[in-house]
Design a protein around this ligand. Structure first.
Ligand code: 3H9
Length: 689
């Protein structure tokens, strides 16, 4: 075996040349890898070999272009150069795939003449998740193999498609036996030589490129809601359309232009930021990699309401047995029937079989006796938000649970230090703040209390990963991180309606920014009377006035909006009159509010609170706040998160706007010290870590 460079080897196995890429962790196409493959394939062509196998060491085939190189100066051969070398090789090239062949990795494999894969492998073009499109011929070659409709689906959604399915579609030519990829690939290459098979070039295939304009129009229409606001899916459809309507070279030109535009745009910057932010969130500075992991093989959940039931599903889905505790048979029956209905809905949608519904239900054991939690490895308490109730439960858990059990609370608002102090083992107590519906929403805020031990933090983060969540570690403060910022946004929104902006103007601005709904639609959904006490209500806020009129949100048929029997919302003249009255009383002249200024104010309010959270050390890094808002509150991914939004504006601009608002609208707008400091240093939140 000869080393071509530090990432690539070339070995001649009789008549077969084996090019091996070894660039951990995912064999991304760095300049070194590109140069290595390019040279190795050329050298193999000059050798006695009759065919080439391109294979990767480690856990995966090439997982794509090296994202860390994006935005930097190009070095060495481009990916397209390497693709040309492969495609123009005088001897057949076989790409041997295990793990994942993704993005540029699959695009390179599409320039090999043949592809072989093990059953566990997956192929995909996931660039769309980075706000990009496949920029190395993927939009032109994939439809030539799998047809237009499948290609549209795969590229616009970034699906990772299992090898067997790829084989059926013709994307993979040959299946290898699991664990025997190299041997099978070499044997396959020999067979290709022996049978004198042609140097198959995907770019020459044209017979599957049939689709009329309607196919594209239908695809756009069917996915309009999912693609709303995103630039990349539209560009992808345009590229596949170009594949159908013109020559290969013309299609490549369209692809290159659109790829370059997306790469330079803010959406891709934002989505690449999130790619790294989501991976960074798992890294905790004072929790080293070798920290003890406490085994968690069984879990107790207290409370079978909406939250408790959803949390139980997460564990059951991951194969972890759950003891679900309630105080009455009726409550537990109701909770379990909701869980069952959720599972059956998923089965009906084809996500798993009806048998699987029973398997998962079988993992949840109901109980009315907390003593049944004596042997579980972890407890998640999910009862209603009252400190006395939680303290009582944790005091009892302290008596019941075995030493070494993790005691987690799902509180979204209460002081976990106080809850922990109700036990004699506060170092075992931690927060796991799930978001509703807990079986759907990806986010868990793991809340470390004052005395939580490092292994308990480590294990809770890891168990969150095991149950399919995205976790961020935060500290104890009112609302923790996500809800604290939500409250800040709410204050700005209320302030705006107090000045005469209409709730629907604000909601529309936030919808157009990319949220599924605005703050007042959210209130109507949740109920305006959350925390409202009729006897104490004194018409002193717009919300109080609405509640006093029994406009308590969707459930009462009216809130900020009016609702018809289908719960369709329309702006309410009653709300409008109340808003106008409040604004006039406070001395505000009626005026028009632009969507831009509404969005700016709401997001600046969030950013300023986020900065205070960072100053206080309640979140580890600004990108964690972005992850929280994307996964807990559906912040539009193409804006990267509130802190990234601020970085995009430039913190000097953010500081200046906050100072202007402080002068015109009150001191509550004063920029957090961190913003002022970073702006003065010419830095961004990302620079500050
Ligand atoms: C592209 O190809 C453009 C082309 O069309 C056109 C070019 C002209 N680059 O996710 P993990 C790092 S765009 C650099 O935790 P897993 C990752 O940051 C690319 N680094 O592992 C992490 O680092 P750390 C299209 C990368 O086993 C480590 O590897 N391809 C890249 O859960 C482990 O990652 C994609 O979008 C990369 N491409 O999942 C695929 N990929 O340890 C993106 C990963 O320091 N990658 N890293 O935190 C993935 O989807 C997953 O990483 C993968 C493994 C499924 C491969």
């Amino acid at each position: 075996m000869a080393a071509i460079n530090e990432a690539t080897d070339l070995a001649i196995d009789g008549d077969i040349a084996v090019v091996t890429v070894a660039s951990p962790p995912v064999n991304a196409l760095s300049s070194t890898v590109r140069a290595g493959i390019n040279t190795a394939v050329k050298q193999a062509n000059e050798s006695e070999a009759a065919a080439i196998v391109l294979i990767c060491a480690g856990r995966t085939f090439i997982a794509g272009a090296d994202i860390t190189e994006f935005g930097g100066a190009a070095k060495g051969p481009s990916l397209r150069d390497v693709q040309d070398t492969l495609e123009n090789s005088a001897i057949p090239v076989v790409a041997a795939i295990h793990g994942t062949a993704l993005g540029g990795g699959l695009e390179l494999a599409l320039c090999a003449h043949y592809r072989i894969a093990v059953p566990s492998a997956k192929c995909g073009l996931p660039e769309v998740n980075l706000g990009l499109l496949p920029g190395a011929g993927g939009t032109q070659r994939l439809p030539r193999i799998v047809g237009v409709e499948k290609a549209l689906q795969m590229i616009a959604f970034g699906d990772h498609v299992p090898a067997a399915e790829c084989h059926e579609m013709g994307l993979v030519d040959e299946m290898a036996v699991e664990g025997q990829l190299l041997g099978d690939a070499v044997a396959y290459a020999r067979r290709i030589v022996a049978e004198d098979r042609p140097l198959a070039r995907v770019s020459n295939l044209n017979d599957k490129l049939i689709a009329d304009a309607q196919v594209f129009a239908d695809f756009r229409a069917a996915n309009a809601k999912k693609f709303r606001g995103f630039e990349a899916p539209q560009a992808i459809i345009t590229c596949v359309e170009a594949a159908v309507n013109g020559s290969f070279d013309d299609g490549m030109t369209v692809e290159r232009e659109l790829f370059t535009a997306l790469m330079a745009g803010n959406q891709s910057k934002a989505q690449r930021h999130l790619f790294f932010a989501e991976r960074q969130a798992w890294k905790i500075p004072d929790v080293p990699k070798d920290t003890e992991l406490i085994p968690v093989e069984s879990v107790g959940i207290i409370g079978a309401g909406t939250m408790g039931g959803g949390i139980a599903m997460n564990y059951a889905n991951a194969g972890i047995p759950v003891t679900l505790i309630e105080t009455s048979q009726e409550a537990i029956d109701r909770g379990l029937s909701v869980v069952r209905a959720n599972y059956e809905r998923s089965a009906k949608r084809g996500r798993f079989s009806m048998d699987e519904v029973e398997v998962r239900m079988g993992r949840i054991t109901p109980s009315l006796d907390m003593n049944d939690l004596a042997e579980v490895d972890m407890v998640v308490e999910a009862v209603f938000e009252r400190m006395d109730v939680k303290k009582d439960i944790f005091g009892r858990l302290d008596q019941i649970c075995k030493p070494g059990a993790i005691l987690a609370t799902n509180t979204s608002a209460l002081n976990i230090d106080e809850i922990a102090d109700a036990t004699t083992r506060p170092e075992w107590v931690i927060g796991m703040h799930f978001f509703s519906p807990a079986n759907v929403m990806k986010l868990v805020e793991v809340v470390r209390a004052e005395k939580t031990s490092i292994p308990v933090i480590n294990t809770t983060m890891q168990i969150s990963k095991r149950i399919g969540k995205v976790a961020t570690l935060v500290r104890v403060c009112p609302g923790f991180v996500g809800n604290r910022i939500l409250a800040a946004r709410r204050r700005v929104a209320d302030n705006l309606i107090n000045q005469g902006a209409m709730p629907w103007e604000i909601d529309k601005a936030m919808f157009d920014f990319g949220f599924a709904m605005g703050p007042f639609q959210m209130s109507d959904l949740a109920g305006l009377d959350l925390g409202w006490v009729k006897e104490e209500s004194s018409s002193s806020t717009i919300r109080e006035c609405l509640c006093e009129l029994d406009r308590r949100g969707q459930k009462s048929g009216a809130g900020y909006y009016d609702y018809d029997e289908n719960r369709t919302a329309t702006p309410s003249s009653i709300t409008e009159e109340i808003v106008r009255r409040f604004a006039a009383q406070a001395g505000f002249e009626p005026r028009d509010w632009t969507a831009d200024e509404i969005v700016e104010r709401l997001v600046l309010g969030m950013v300023n609170e986020g900065a205070k959270i960072l100053e206080e050390g309640m979140a580890i890094r600004s990108s964690d706040i972005d992850v929280i808002w994307v996964h807990g509150y559906n912040w539009p991914r193409y804006w990267g998160g509130p802190m990234f939004w601020a970085d995009l504006q430039g913190l000097d601009t953010v500081a200046a706007r906050l100072n202007e608002l402080a002068a015109s609208d009150g001191d509550h707008w004063k920029p957090a010290g961190l913003i002022t400091q970073l702006a003065a240093e010419g830095k961004s939140f990302s620079d500050a870590g």
